[in-house]
Design a protein around this ligand. Sequence first.
Ligand code: PLP
Length: 394
Amino acid sequence: MIYTDNAATTKLLPSAFEAMKPFLFDEYANVSQPYSFSQKAKKALKEARKKIADYIGALPEEIFFTSGGTESDNWALKGVVLCDKEPKTIITSQIEHKAVLNSCLALERLGHNIVYLPVNREGVVVKEKSPCQAKSDIPLYERGCGLPRSLTTARKDDNEIKIVSVMMANNEVGAIQPIKELCQIAHEMGALFHTDAVQAIGHIPINVHELDVDLLSASAHKFNGPKGVGFLYIKKGTKIYPLNDGGAQEFGLRGGTENVAGIVGMATALKYNIENIDISISKLQTLEEIIINKLTEAKIDFIRNGSNNRIPGNISLSFKNSEGEMLLHRLDLMGICVSTGSACDSKNTQISHVLKAMNVPEEYAKGTIRISLGHNNTESDAKNIAEALIKILK
Ligand code: PLP
């Protein structure tokens, strides 16, 4: 099998598994307990928090462990917006993951106002159009509004703009967003800024301090850590409510017994990825070139989606007059795993909200697949994928 769906999930690193093992077996204590048996687990949790904080330029007390990207996104938006009783405006983009979009829809049902930023043809958020009112009966991809540049034009219906949430890198096409600039505009408007960095962390360098973001979501299984664990970075002083009401875990803000093994595995995987980021980026670029060059040489009619500034290894290809579903299944029969878009959308055979927002011509958009390369892929995988595609398409 050739696995090239690393944007959906990645293989656990052996070193992460080794680091997790003691906390699955002998050191299984609940870290909330005061007895000495819990000390090793407690120490491991503290070290993992410090390690993760160091890798993204945060303080340990700004890292809150969660069950993954979906929970972190839900918590960031609902936790901030629901701090106040009055209706608020939330600005997000048309190309967010459903974890953000559906959190916004849930907030809209509670009376909050959502503004969706459009993207350009490359899948990058447009910053300069004027804002407009989003109506819930309009499909998401048609709700394009611009991120207002000045505070005065931003005020809509006198709602306070509470938070702007734009992903760091898109999961379908890999486009990296201008987070620092967007964050600056949000702050000028008096809003907080959240970024869903699930596809970016461990793949490109990130420093929360330099970006000045207030909240950042991450998920371990996207960077060769275990599934079901992630974190939310919350800048010190940010007012946020718990999403999980319960015990006093995570500084009293996220109830639930800590997943020590998962957290230790996540910290180990992040360390490996960050320490090897340059080697990994150049290797993935080489593999990308092999695939693109072979398809081009074979005169296949395709568009590569996304901007040039994209997550290494993410190749979203739209083939003219083809069918993404058909390509996926034909490749599957040849032992190759790819996706038609985001894994969460794979049951939906229509054109994804991301490709629609990007205005990818329909005759191409329908024939879209996402190849997302990872640590385990080789040059021979890249050649085989390209040859398999050429064989199917010809
Ligand atoms: N955000 C983005 C951009 C994603 O790609 C994903 C997963 O596909 C998520 C959030 C959800 O993360 P998790 O699977 O950890 O809940």
